[in-house]
Design a protein around this ligand. Structure first.
Ligand code: NIG
Ligand code: FE
Length: 420
């Protein structure tokens, strides 16, 4: 038996509560234990309480972690990322700064398709090395699980290559990966003007193969009139559902409501982005039990001011999720602390609401709510010690990676090099 005790935590932010995603005022209840302690056995949380209580039950050979008056949180669950790709789009970034728009660059053959060209050429080993570098960035912010989409291959072989890289990344357990197939991220160069043929390939070849090799749990589609219009997105997602995939949708990033309405119609797990969604879309998501995944870092990085209407969604009782959307085009950040900052300053989510959205609600959106997302006995010991004394400092001190130490299943996967 391996045992670990963490104590001297100014705040042990447990998020203990009902076993379901949190809504409305529940998102502001973090169930904090002040001056708390936590006992971990064989990778799972055994007990939460006071240091005195823990000292009585801890075994002589347990590892003791003195949090030094810092705060302890469940590891962030980043429920929307694109972490496997080759190259960067720093050149396009420069073009956008000079005035070109994301949509114009994409229409001219750049954007997602330029990353696809590089990713197709890259070997599995090169993609793995790049993704391992990004993994270190996720850990530095206190993230312990990410949803990981394919989508920069757009051919059977290249999509399988990316999903196999995700499988390899997951194998050593330093960060948990939940894979999603996003073959419908864009129409590749060789299928331009032949959308129907590409949709056929997705439905009849790619999806069945991904299902047979069990390489993904969910299927996502970039639903947008100029990419996969609603009718095509519906056909792809219905085929995915029939094969047992969970459904997630890039919905209403640029164009209003249709994506949200489709997510509701199909009973998707999540509708992501929602920057252009209006009240009808929100009502539909609520009625269908779809979780909104908000991605304020992509709004920020694209230089837009159209943030999703988080307050409206929370007030309506939607179980909001926050994620980075880490990708080389619209959101090159792996930082959940940065996302929390943007959620507070740009979307008026309170620090507590942001934390609930980035942990327990995100875990439920990935069907992992019973295992991760809160610090409660029986759950996996995925947690981060952050270098602050109050959880509100997470969105307040912005532009830094706050994790001091990070644990996945009770094993230390990251230690901050900071000395002072
Ligand atoms: O979520 N909108 C589509 N997909 C990504 C962007 C991907 C890229 O630009 O490479 C997003 O913003
Ligand atoms: Fe995305």
């Amino acid at each position: 038996m391996s045992e670990l005790a963490v104590w001297n935590c100014a705040q042990l932010v447990t998020l203990a509560g009902p076993p379901r995603p949190r809504v409305g005022a529940e998102m502001r209840e973090l169930a904090i234990v002040h001056d708390g302690a936590m006992l971990v056995r064989d990778g799972r949380i055994q007990a939460i309480g006071s240091r005195a209580g823990m000292e009585r039950v801890v075994s002589a050979n347990a590892e003791i972690i003195d949090a030094g008056g810092r705060i302890v949180l469940p590891g962030f669950v980043d429920a929307h990322t694109h972490p496997v790709f080759a190259g960067t789009r720093a050149g396009e970034f420069e073009q956008r700064v000079a005035g070109a728009t994301y949509v114009e660059i994409a229409a001219g053959g750049g954007g997602i398709r330029s990353t696809v060209r590089l990713t197709r050429e890259a070997s599995e080993a090169d993609l793995l090395a790049a993704a391992r570098r990004y993994r270190a960035w996720f850990l530095r912010g206190g993230t312990t699980t990410i949803e990981a989409k394919s989508g920069y291959g757009l051919s059977l072989e290249a999509e399988l290559k990316i999903l196999r890289v995700i499988r390899q990344l997951a194998a050593d357990g330093r960060l948990r990966y939940v894979p999603t197939f996003l073959g419908a991220h864009e129409v590749p160069d060789e299928y331009r003007g032949r959308l129907d043929a590409y949709v056929d390939l997705l439905i009849h070849e790619m999806l069945p193969r991904v299902a047979a090799e069990k390489l993904a749990e969910s299927c996502d589609v970039f639903c947008e009139p100029t990419v996969f219009p609603v009718a095509k997105a519906r056909a792809i997602l219905a085929a995915a559902r029939a094969l047992g995939f969970g459904l997630r949708i890039h919905a209403d990033q640029f164009t209003p409501d249709e994506g949200a309405l489709l997510a509701a119609e199909l009973g998707a797990a999540t509708a992501d982005h929602l920057e252009a969604t209006g009240p009808a879309g929100f009502e539909a998501l609520k009625a269908a039990g779809v979780q909104p995944v908000l991605l304020p870092a992509s709004v920020y990085h694209l230089g837009s001011t159209r943030y999703p209407a988080a307050r409206q969604m929370i007030d309506l009782g939607l179980p909001v999720v926050l994620a980075t959307d880490f990708n080389p085009g619209s959101s090159p950040t792996a930082s959940m602390p940065m996302v929390l900052s943007l959620a507070s300053t740009q979307m008026r989510m309170t620090p507590a609401e942001s934390i609930a959205a980035a942990t327990i609600n995100a875990a439920y959106s990935l069907r992992r709510g019973q295992q991760i997302g809160s610090l409660e006995p029986g759950k996996l010991a995925d947690f981060a010690i952050h270098d602050c004394g109050d959880y509100r400092e997470l969105p307040y001190f912005f532009g830094r990676e706050s994790a001091w130490a990070v644990y996945v299943g009770g094993t230390c996967v990251y230690n901050s090099p900071q000395v002072y």
